[in-house]
Design a protein around this ligand. Sequence first.
Ligand code: GAR
Length: 221
Amino acid sequence: MSAIKKISVLISGRGSNLASLLDAIDAGRIQGRVVRVLSQRADAAGLQHAEKRGIPTTVVDVKAYPTRDAFDAALGDAIAVDTPDLVVLAGFMRVLGAAIVQRFAGRMINIHPALLPSYPGLHTHQRALADGVKWHGCTVHFVTPEVDVGPIVGQSVVPVLPDDDEASLAARVLDAEHRLLEDVVRWFCADRLSVDGQTVTLRDNAESTAEPPTSCQHPRD
Ligand code: GAR
């Protein structure tokens, strides 16, 4: 049995992915604990999810730093204080430079609201609707210096329904995000992920030969 992993979570806003992760940890479904929640915005509502549970929070105010490199260095130092095993970008809406990404290479993951490599960047649901795609979803990937292209750990697929608007599609994807992020963090904390170039392998996947469920096509354990 591997030791309990220390997890730092970075957020920028409402923090529903953070809240869902904390619920999963509280319920004993993940062998990890969140040691700190960080944000570049003091008004990130999601910080309250940590404060309510007595988890330390740190705001590294982006406005206090003259350059992107200076901000990244301060953020990196604030993360490093806890020597986390895993850094989760859970709705962290700021592009990080190569230096901080290298500093946490192999232990920093990001959740993105689209099926990468389709729809990197912003406004993913709006773009998916405009293109008339029939399937959409979310991705968790390791973070590399190029935005939204790191090795993919898992993806969840949701249908795009005829009456969908941006809000209804976003809500369906968000629900999938919560489940996917929980799965990926659980796998990471159990030392079940290995990365070879762009390919991430999930070890000891009991259901790898089973039919994947239609609404959730990342490997299940
Ligand atoms: C989520 O949909 C997440 O995938 C997205 O921001 C939202 C945060 O929601 N992240 C990105 O777009 C990163 N490029 P939350 O604060 O409720 O977890």
